[in-house]
Ligand binder design. Structure first.
Ligand SMILES: Nc1ncnc2c1ncn2[C@@H]1O[C@H](COP(=O)(O)OP(=O)(O)OP(=O)(O)O)[C@@H](O)[C@H]1O
Ligand SMILES: [Mg+2]
Length: 506
């Protein structure tokens, strides 16, 4: 059974200014699920990109099924049965689900693309994964969680023997995660070796056999999951013990900052009323698709409002576009950092400067590069963003560090309300605590914080008050003391009865 299907020996890789992997060795057996763990920027994605031929190593040996592979590339990796589900969604948003699944290995008939065959094959794959989706749908129209399921379907459709999942569950609903775990169990039985990268450590116990830990580009150790514990894993990951997972501070509740009155914006934002006071963090909980992101987008002026008022510090404000919100003092850290939060081809300095040009520009409209650099450097040090310098492209940072840049953009503004939409997605345990502390700092400064999150323990752990949404409406409000996961879930599933109970369909 101890058959090694992957052996990486003494692999090193550097990028300009960063030694991403320093003499790392790694192995994977058939039929096992191996969790590859480490803080943001530890080198997990880089190591797996080398294994799957996306990056070339600087030195070291790659052995697949015991054979040395000299020059690995993506095509060769595919032929060897290596498939990777990338951390950042990698789909062509203008193509259909089926076209994405078969990208690069399209099914043809009579020398032409066979859409009908690809659609019917895709349908089979989706069905076997329990994914409710039509193959003809355009990927760009799907939610982030559905897009992630397409990525998974794409990787699984190629009958791979070595499957790498880089943060596959970060955008999935609880039900989708369960379905994915069933698939993993099935693949394991068939002898597939799976590398599983996740910052959601609590889910590991359901599937993981072994863990390998990286820190700062170096191999730390490997352990059988049964013989270790989460606190031990975390201390190996971060090199120290983390005292408090959810640091909570109490502040005096001050004046009302924000009032949202009878806000309507499309089917997922129906009659939303909410208040936010100085000195509090208000959590917005709900299932995926409950309308939480849509509500934040409507408040921030991305989506048009049909009706309703936004009242800031007692005055009704007109917010028709994001710039109106920003200049009034309402800012948003969006859910999809790659699409909405960052310009990945621009430097960290530019990304942080962009929404702050009013602060950085001098009278004649000339950028004051000293302030610009200071602003970026301060964000980097406040949030402990790991990067060689502020001139590198945002796209070159590790996933979690990208997320910190999105948050870092707003630190210098005198905002009144900061809305965080899933801010800890893909962020490691230590960095999560940094983000919570940052929210606490804002709260202490009298800034109102709205905190959308799908992870109930953190909503309960950090918020002072919790609003629960279901199907575009607010279905409940709870004080933190009375909130439990069960109660929140009850409110989160309070769907309106849309079908008359007397009508029988049987
Ligand atoms: N294409 C690239 N260009 C420059 N630097 C890069 C590139 N890809 C990764 N790096 C750097 O290599 C280091 C390791 O990054 P990697 O993405 O492997 O981390 P990770 O462990 O996957 O982190 P996370 O948990 O945040 O996803 C980081 O310092 C990152 O900035
Ligand atoms: Mg990564």
């Amino acid at each position: 059974m101890d058959e090694y299907i992957v052996e990486l020996e003494h692999v090193s890789k550097s990028f300009p200014g960063v030694l991403a992997l320093d003499d790392v060795s790694f192995d994977l057996k058939s039929g096992e699920v191996l969790a590859l763990l480490g803080e943001n920027g530890a080198g997990k994605s880089t190591l797996m990109k080398i294994l799957s031929g996306v990056y070339t190593k600087d030195s070291g040996i790659i052995k697949i099924f015991g054979q040395v592979v000299d020059s690995m590339n993506a095509k060769k990796a595919g032929e060897l049965g290596i498939a990777i589900i990338h951390q950042e969604l990698n789909l062509c948003s203008h193509l259909t689900v089926a076209q994405n699944i078969f990208l690069g290995r399209e099914i043809t008939g009579h020398g032409m693309l066979s859409s009908s065959k690809m659609n019917s094959e895709a349908k089979k794959i989706l069905k076997s994964l329990n994914i409710d989706m039509e193959p003809e749908m355009i990927v760009g129209d799907l939610s982030v969680s559905k897009q992630q399921m397409v990525e998974i379907a794409k990787a699984l459709s190629s009958n791979s023997k070595i499957l790498i999942m880089d943060e596959p569950t970060s955008a999935l609903t609880a039900k989708e995660i369960e379905d994915l775990f069933l698939i993993i169990k099935k693949l394991k039985k068939e002898g597939c070796g799976i590398v599983y990268i996740s910052h959601r450590l609590e889910e590991l116990e359901h599937i993981v056999d072994r863990v390998t830990i990286l820190r700062d580009g170096q191999y730390i150790n490997s352990m059988n999951f049964k013989e270790t514990s989460l606190p031990e894993i975390i201390s190996f990951m971060v090199g120290r013990n983390i005292k408090e997972k959810f640091p909570r501070i109490t502040c005096k509740k001050g004046k009302k900052i924000l009032e949202v009155r009878k806000l309507n914006a499309g089917p997922m934002v129906r009659d939303i009323n909410l208040d936010l006071y100085e000195g509090e963090i208000v959590g917005i909980a709900g299932l995926m698709g409950a309308g939480r992101t849509e509500t934040t987008r409507a408040i921030f002026g991305i989506d048009a409002k049909e009706s309703g008022d936004i009242i800031l510090d007692g005055k009704t404000v007109k917010i028709e576009k994001p710039m109106d919100a920003i200049s009034q003092g309402i800012v948003l850290v969006p859910e999809d950092r790659k699409k909405d939060g960052l310009c990945t081809k621009l430097s960290i300095r530019d990304n942080i400067a962009l929404p702050n040009l009013d602060i950085i520009c001098q009278k004649a409209g000339i950028i004051n590069s000293k302030i610009e650099r200071e602003m970026a450097n301060k964000a980097v040090s406040d949030l402990k963003i790991k990067l060689p310098d502020i001139e590198v492209n945002a796209g070159s940072l590790s996933g979690g560090n990208q997320q910190k840049v999105v948050v870092g953009k707003w630190l210098r503004r005198k905002s009144r309300v900061v809305i965080f939409d899933e801010p800890t997605r893909g962020i490691d345990v230590a960095a999560k605590v940094e983000i919570y502390n940052l929210m606490n700092d804002l709260k202490e400064q009298g800034i109102g914080v709205l905190f959308v999150s799908s992870e109930l323990p953190e909503v309960i752990g950090i918020s002072d008050r919790i609003i629960v949404m279901c199907d575009g409406k607010i279905t409940g409000e709870l004080k933190t003391e009375e909130a439990t996961q069960d109660i929140i879930l009850q409110y989160a599933t309070r769907f309106d009865k849309k079908i008359d109970k007397d009508v029988q369909y049987k």
